[in-house]
Write a protein of this length. Structure first.
Length: 135
């Protein structure tokens, strides 16, 4: 697990993980803005466009072909436990490291537990799980 480190300069946000001393990640919430913050957000957005993904209007539901491909690769089974999710991730995304798989499986399980606590039934949990896997 990475450590949260203090951001000393907004440009540090763009330094690669291996170039950060001490090694860690930045996690911040911006509560106001000025010209410097606006420029940072613009640069961050452009970087995300070039190197990652920007989700502006929510995630679409997986298509039937997405779901079919997932079912062929990982199966249609669903069990509400971290070991099952981790095992499925190993089949679905074999390039993940054990640590990444552990973190993602726990995050998915936590999200599903929250849905369960809010009264969602097993079918809704299974559908949410399949969406997470397809996304």
């Amino acid at each position: 697990m990475f450590r949260h480190i203090e951001l000393l300069d907004l440009n540090d946000y763009f330094a690669g993980l291996k170039k950060r001393e001490p090694r860690g990640v930045y996690f911040y919430r911006i509560t106001g803005h000025n010209q410097k913050i606006d420029e940072f957000i613009r640069r961050y957005y452009e970087s995300a466009q070039a190197n990652g993904v920007i989700i502006e209007k929510g995630l679409p539901n997986p298509s039937s072909s997405n779901l079919e491909f997932y079912a062929e690769t990982a199966g249609n089974a669903f069990r509400m436990n971290v070991d099952f999710i981790s095992s499925s991730l190993k089949k679905w995304l074999p390039a993940m490291t054990d640590a990444q798989r552990h973190d993602v499986a726990n995050a998915m399980y936590d999200a599903l537990c929250e849905l369960q606590r809010s009264g969602k039934n097993e079918n809704i949990l299974k559908n949410a799980y399949a969406k997470f896997m397809c996304w």
